[in-house]
Write a new protein. Structure first.
Length: 155
């Protein structure tokens, strides 16, 4: 039996329903990942870490191919400047490597904002903490899964 990825272990310990999906081969696009999972691209949630001022970070959850509005993100956080976190920062701050990031298990110090599209579909998939493995779960359970409120905003 395969070991469970870190996000699945966390969800299982808290009794949150989910499924683990292991890709047979590495995927090269969001559309390919969605198709392999039997989902539409809008159901795939990307987790992108941003560096704010003063050593603070925010994790933006984006549905499918939607893009973060840098202007909206700066305005939302009251920041004149922000940047995407480096690969080393992503690992240090989230505990996950780029390409495996999930909002589940991220430090309480990291604010989580979400594009409303994340909650516009019933089932979503997101990073599992392990390469080529995804977590499929109900979008309504995401707040419970991260154990705190997710700030839904127009990103």
């Amino acid at each position: 039996m395969l070991d469970l990825p870190p996000v699945s272990v966390s969800l299982q310990e808290r009794g949150i329903a989910h499924r683990v999906f292991r890709h047979v081969q590495p995927v090269t696009s969001l559309a390919e990942a969605a198709a392999a999972r039997g989902q539409t691209p809008e159901q795939v949630v990307r987790s992108i870490l941003f560096r704010l001022g003063g050593g603070q970070y925010a994790l933006a959850l984006m549905a499918g191919e939607r893009q973060v509005s840098w202007q909206a993100l700066r305005a939302y956080f009251g920041q004149s400047r922000l940047s995407m976190a480096s690969e080393a920062e992503v690992l240090q701050v989230t505990g996950y490597a780029v390409g495996t990031v999930s909002p589940v298990g991220v430090s309480e110090a990291v604010r989580i904002v979400a594009d409303p599209g994340v909650f516009a579909v019933e089932e979503i998939s997101l990073g599992s903490g392990e390469r080529n493995v995804a977590i499929l779960m109900m979008s309504k359970d995401l707040h419970l899964a991260v154990n705190r409120a997710i700030e839904v905003s127009v990103l």
